[in-house]
Design a protein around this ligand. Structure first.
Ligand SMILES: *[C@@H]1O[C@H](CO)[C@@H](O)[C@H](O)[C@H]1NC(C)=O
Ligand SMILES: *[C@@H]1O[C@H](CO)[C@@H](O)[C@H](O)[C@H]1NC(C)=O
Ligand SMILES: *[C@@H]1O[C@H](CO)[C@@H](O)[C@H](O)[C@H]1NC(C)=O
Ligand SMILES: *[C@@H]1O[C@H](CO)[C@@H](O)[C@H](O)[C@H]1NC(C)=O
Length: 432
């Protein structure tokens, strides 16, 4: 009887092909990354010319759309062939397929993507909001500051760009910026503001979608704790009612709250309204908000933690809420080293990347696979959905600010045409 049970159960376990740890599912893992090359000679060319240096490739950002997984490969050092990718299976192995195309990843060509750390995908519109640093090799001795930073909104369904905003140099420093993470702020059923953290210039950018302009706030709560070396403001999350933004530095325990009513007003007094809501158990990288809880990755206890914000706000209201009730979601000392960025699917799962950046940065990562995988994509069922899941009311607005053209090229070509017509008209009127 026992033997029969084992005979049935063991193959069943193996057949699932995925591994469980604390109820989390290991969806993908890699010792080293590879890409979806059109052919072997292109890969060989890239390797020979230094455009692909395998040990400089790691995964950070992650988002999902219609069950497809999109990830970023940061251009911190040279040799990262494509910075924004979709995960596909090729020869039984997960590889990175440049998104939306190989052509969009040419280093030094400012019209295409240079270095994307993060993006957000709006499940309501299928628009991907991509932050591109413009700079590459930014953690190397000689960063390449070839292009200005920009925000691109890409329609994943219509396969076309719907908005492009190049940051002016007095807002985002083109030789010093590190646009790290992004959240979307809905007003009246439309994405109206975008908030972006800058980990090196230590700022919080606001992009006003209808005005097509950006500004920033800077404050000591965005610095490392204690101030000095390490990584500053990075993780950012927004509550599902779009009332509060939360952020924290990587190197520091503090979690801070700022009302969106402050961020939406470029002349607001940030320092008067920002509030420390408490400490995370350890330093951490990414943050995300579901419908009621705030999730954060732990760098020194290897796993994911959850703060029950709605629960703790029952007594105090959200404007005075402090961290009281925290719990572990998942922990794994081997396979969840440096939980980086979070994503949501539409089945109640929280997804995240773990990339062991301590070893990546100190040069002790073993890319041969002899010590197992280094980079993981995990999912864990938490029975919540993204902060964006219920952002659009009913009926949905027919047009949003992002859909309205602010296409300067179009305006310019209209002026050209108008001038041409005026000249033609004058020349017709003017007798010979
Ligand atoms: C795993 O799932 C079981 C059953 O759903 C639950 O009782 C248990 O608390 C979960 N463990 C963790 C670590 O979340
Ligand atoms: C490999 O693919 C690249 C990019 O599509 C193409 O330019 C090149 O001609 C291909 N080389 C071979 C040998 O097929
Ligand atoms: C690199 O970091 C890992 C993880 O913290 C540590 O175990 C290892 O000793 C470090 N190696 C070096 C060479 O500093
Ligand atoms: C998920 O939460 C809902 C309530 O929001 C509950 O009705 C449902 O049973 C939960 N599902 C699981 C699988 O825990």
């Amino acid at each position: 009887m026992e033997k029969l049970w084992i005979a049935v159960f063991i193959p069943l376990l193996l057949a699932t092909g995925t591994q469980q740890a604390n109820n989390a599912t290991e969806v993908y893992s890699w010792a080293s990354l590879d890409y979806d090359w059109p052919n072997a000679s292109m890969k060989a060319d890239y390797e020979k010319s230094g455009k692909f240096v395998v040990n400089n490739n790691i995964i950070v950002g992650i988002k999902l759309y219609h069950d497809e997984v999109y990830v970023t490969a940061p251009r911190w050092y040279s040799g990262v062939p494509s910075t924004l990718n979709r995960i596909i299976m090729k020869g039984g192995k997960p590889v990175l397929q440049p998104y939306p195309s190989w052509e969009m990843h040419e280093v030094g060509q400012c019209s295409v993507l240079q270095y994307v750390q993060s993006m957000e995908i709006d499940p309501n519109t299928g628009f991907m909001w991509i932050i591109d640093n413009g700079r590459t090799n930014i953690l190397d001795k000689t960063p390449q500051n070839l292009c200005p930073p920009k925000l691109i909104v890409y329609d994943m369904v219509g396969k076309k760009e719907v908005r492009r905003f190049v940051f002016p140099s007095d807002v985002a420093g083109p030789t010093s910026c590190f646009l790290n993470d992004i959240v979307l702020d809905y007003v009246d059923g439309c994405v109206s503001y975008v908030y972006i953290t800058d980990t090196l210039d230590v700022k919080l950018y606001v992009y006003d979608v209808s005005k097509n302009e950006a500004y920033f706030f800077a404050h000591p709560t965005m610095w490392t704790e204690p101030p000095g070396s390490g990584f500053a403001i990075n993780g950012i999350a927004i509550s599902a009612d779009f009332s509060y933004v939360y952020y924290s530095p990587v190197d520091g325990l503090g979690l801070f709250q700022i009302p969106t009513s402050v961020l939406r007003n470029k002349n607001a007094n940030f320092g008067q309204h920002v509030r420390r809501v408490g400490d995370r158990p350890t330093r951490g990288d990414g943050l995300t908000y579901g419908q009621h809880n705030l999730y954060n990755g732990l760098l020194d206890e290897s796993g994911v933690q959850r703060w029950l914000v709605s629960h703790d706000a029952e007594q105090t209201g959200f404007d005075k809420v402090v961290i009281k009730t925290q719990e572990a979601v998942v922990r794994d000392d081997v396979k969840m080293q440096w939980v980086d960025t979070f994503a949501w699917d539409q089945r109640g799962n929280l997804w995240f990347t773990a990339n062991d950046l301590k070893r990546f940065f100190n040069g002790s990562m073993d890319f041969t696979g002899a010590h197992g995988p280094n980079i993981y994509v995990w999912k864990v069922f938490v029975n919540e959905s993204s902060y964006l899941a219920k952002a659009v009311g009913s009926p949905a607005p027919s047009q949003c600010p992002v859909d309205k053209a602010v296409n300067h090229q179009e305006v310019a070509s209209h002026i050209c045409l108008f001038t041409l017509l005026v000249c033609l008209f004058i020349s017709i009127l003017e007798p010979m």
